[in-house]
Ligand binder design. Sequence first.
Ligand code: GDP
Ligand code: MG
Length: 438
Amino acid sequence: LQKRLSGAFGRFRVRGVLTEQNIQDGLREVRTALLEADVNLNVVQDFIAKVKQRAVGEQIIKSIRPDQQIVKIVHDELVALMGETDATIRFEKTGPTILMLCGLQGSGKTTTCGKLARMLALQGRKPMLVAADLQRPAAVEQLKTLGQQLAIPVHAETGVGPVQVCQNGVAAAAKAGCDTVILDTAGRLHIDDELMEELKTIEKKVKPHHVFFVCDAMTGQDAVASAKAFNEALELDGVILTKLDGDARGGAALSIRQVTGVPIKFMGIGEKLDKLSPFDPRRIAGSILGMGDIVGLVEAAQSAIDAEEARKQQEKLAKGKFDLNDFRNQIGLIKKMGSVKDLVGKIPGFNAIPGLDLDSVDADGDMKRIQGIIDSMTPAERADPSLIDISRRRRIAAGAGVEPADVSGLVKQFDAMAAMVKQMAQMTFMDRIRTLTG
Ligand code: GDP
Ligand code: MG
């Protein structure tokens, strides 16, 4: 895939300029490359349309070649396609939290049970492993061996069915003071009704808090089909993609999220027990493209543009010239740096403030509203808000979908801000953001 994509991007290099025609040509090869990597056809089509839309609309950054810029666009869209990552597991306040791992035979369930147990133990939890794969006699032994290596207890028994083993395992965990139970279930080489029924019964009777689908990334298109089947039978909470250390082409990672909507939580990147990481779409996109350096370069160029914009603003501020146009730009710049909530969360010491509930901060919503109001003003009004009389206020409010009082509120806020402006001009850009969000 990497080679194909390099070829595709080579086209941009030859042409030199980002035109609709060479975007079209280049993307045709990206499309073929993705299809060859077993990415689902609908997903590919969607993806190409998105990249095209963004590429055509995007300003060409002066210091960057068009081919480099398009690599960045493809990279960003690949990351977006794989979805947001959240590898946190919510634990129950009382009683053991039950995790159930399911998937086809050989996908890496048993190994991943061991990896998860190890990771959670390092986080201070007390896991117990439950050997509920009674299809293969060796499976129970395999889990026992892992438990011994990790010094983590394993519940295994003979003579009862898998549902009973899980139920007894949960009881044994509670008795032993374990707070996390990891169920290693049976798989088949192919999806079959008997397997699904067994898993459904476990889900119904044992009520796991989280069901994870373990999936071999090397199986490409098949991985998507089995993810779909498991997701229809069980309520999947997450996917764990294994064997991403091999020459898996990443096609599975690209399609699974799109097709099932289930987030990919973790990735297995080796046979050893420490080879489990939170799923990182940037890493996958990077390895698919094999062009991480270019992505970094474009990011640096983009932030240089933002810095240049910030510097211009600062100059204006210093001269005491600051109107609603600038105010709007300022908001845009801050937004580019991420959500306000995230920014505030990153300020050292902020999280330690007692009673501060970051979730109740709706600065992002406020900013959007303010931007909407400013967008409904004419350039003259933005340059001189004192022009805004009752009828203009009504027009602006209607345009922005707010009340006229919100418009006068904003103008008042702006006037108050103008007073702060001189003071802020002496500050650095980061200080200003802190002032605005504080
Ligand atoms: P199960 O049948 O689903 O329980 O699968 P196993 O846990 O027994 O794993 C099957 C094979 O895949 C074993 O040889 C594992 O060592 C190997 N395996 C599991 N996860 C990974 C991984 O992330 N990377 C690599 N390279 N091999 C893995
Ligand atoms: Mg197994």
